[in-house]
Design a protein around this ligand. Structure first.
Ligand code: HGY
Ligand code: MN
Ligand code: MN
Length: 418
């Protein structure tokens, strides 16, 4: 039986192995269906085979490792799903997503070492498209598992014009089989995801672990602002229809609306493209993304209405055209109450506080909750840093998290047999 410290160090070593698999040497960038995603998926499949799991890859590129029930019983044909994502943002940290997959494999390895036979199966899922950085969607691979994949996503293109359906084929997947990726809800006991908190709350409270009560809803938009390109030297200020200046003013308005918002409302303009992009040309067109979230749906939707209204007025004032297209809308998602209680008692059995907290970040659990009872365990992030190479969680905390998962799964097995 490994100590929690040894468990944590083993998990950290695996995360370092995955961190070395990147599309951009010198930093971690592993976008959906990229060459690095392919190599990471193959590495995870190898670890699963080493554990004697039944390994498969579904039509969206999710790697699946299945361990059959260790003993007969009424639930032996059901399984507990444990998963997270192995795709990353640009210049990412080592923990976001990968931790949930590596921890699932560490749990199986440790349960086997302890001779723990479960009355249900376990399937570890390594999703490839949680972040939604390459294509304008997100959670698409976990959506396939929960039977909520949308066919129109296949026509979406990345910044190079590569369509999702073609990227899937190059990855070795057949988009025509995506429907078969859905996991029948009747075969599933629940979905468990370990994830770093990616925020400062646990550390601030002095807690290593936390149980997620709900996941923030989020909406993502593409803004296209059309003004008029002009000569930087001869174009008088009052006559300009400067698309970038319009976005700059709109971004300050959006920030003000978010600061005034309730329910931990947040708004982020993460990517801006300025055209034509020459030093001596007044920008004629700008494209930008907006990511807006809150702990409940009402403040988020109210803020979106206010932003649309202010954008219309600004367009009028500045003589520009503003097009706002929504490309992602995920409602606030409560986690399963019974599984939360089970997870909280497993955390408590370690002598750790098991406070409930909301997640400001989106997760695959949102997509999985559409079909299965879902629960998430958070582990402390140093300084709350994430989506940043400085992302860090200590091996001690990692070990505690895996041990809590192990106890949760063993307790679930006992409950199922009772
Ligand atoms: O954006 C998010 O909330 C997550 O990291 N995909
Ligand atoms: Mn994540
Ligand atoms: Mn992320």
């Amino acid at each position: 039986m490994m100590s929690t410290q040894a468990l944590g160090e083993r998990v950290l070593a695996r995360l370092d192995d995955l961190a070395a698999i990147t599309d951009e040497p010198g930093r971690i960038t592993r976008l959906y269906l990229s060459p690095a995603h392919r190599r990471a998926a193959d590495a995870v499949a190898g670890w699963m085979r080493d554990l004697g799991l039944d390994v498969s890859e579904d039509a969206t590129g999710t790697v699946r490792g299945f361990l059959a029930a260790g003993k007969p019983g009424p639930q032996a044909n059901k399984k507990l799903l444990i998963g997270s994502h192995i795709d990353s943002v640009i210049d990412a940290g080592r923990f976001d997503g990968c931790l949930g997959v590596v921890a699932g494999l560490a749990l199986i390895e440790e349960l086997t070492a302890r001779g723990e036979a479960l009355p249900f199966g376990i399937e570890v899922l390594a999703f490839g498209d949680e972040e939604g950085v390459r294509f304008p969607t997100a959670l698409s691979s976990s959506s396939a598992c929960s039977g909520s994949y949308r066919g129109e996503w296949l026509e979406l293109a990345d910044v190079h014009g590569v369509k999702l359906k073609d990227a899937l084929r190059s990855f070795g997947c057949d988009p025509a089989l995506i429907r078969d990726a859905a996991i029948p809800p009747g075969s599933v006991i629940g979905y468990l995801e370990l994830h770093i908190e990616q925020g400062p709350v646990l550390e601030h409270q002095g807690d290593a672990l936390g149980v997620v009560a709900s996941i923030a809803g989020q909406s993502r938009f593409r803004f296209t602002i059309k003004g008029e390109a002009g000569h930087a030297g001869t174009n008088p200020m009052p006559l300009r229809r400067d698309a970038f200046a319009a976005l700059a003013e709109l971004s300050v308005i959006i920030e003000r609306i978010a600061r005034q918002g309730t329910g931990s409302l947040v708004a982020t303009i993460g990517r801006v493209t300025v055209k034509p992009g020459a030093v001596n040309v007044v920008p004629g067109e700008v494209e930008a993304t907006l990511d807006i979230r809150a702990g409940s749906d009402a403040p988020r939707l109210a803020a979106i209405d206010r932003i649309r209204h202010e954008a219309d007025q600004l367009a009028e004032r500045r003589g520009v055209k503003i097009r706002i297209e929504r490309f992602l809308d995920t409602p606030t998602c409560p986690m399963n109450a019974e599984l939360q209680d089970g997870l909280a008692s497993a955390v408590g059995s370690l002598g750790e506080s098991a406070r409930r907290l909301p997640s400001g970040a989106g997760h695959d659990a949102q997509a999985m909750a559409r079909a299965f009872p879902a629960v998430m365990l958070f582990v402390r992030s140093h300084d709350g840093i994430s989506h940043n190479p400085a992302e860090y969680t200590s091996p001690t905390d990692l070990g505690l998290a895996v041990e809590a998962m192990i106890r949760f799964v063993v307790d679930l097995g006992a409950k199922v047999e009772a």
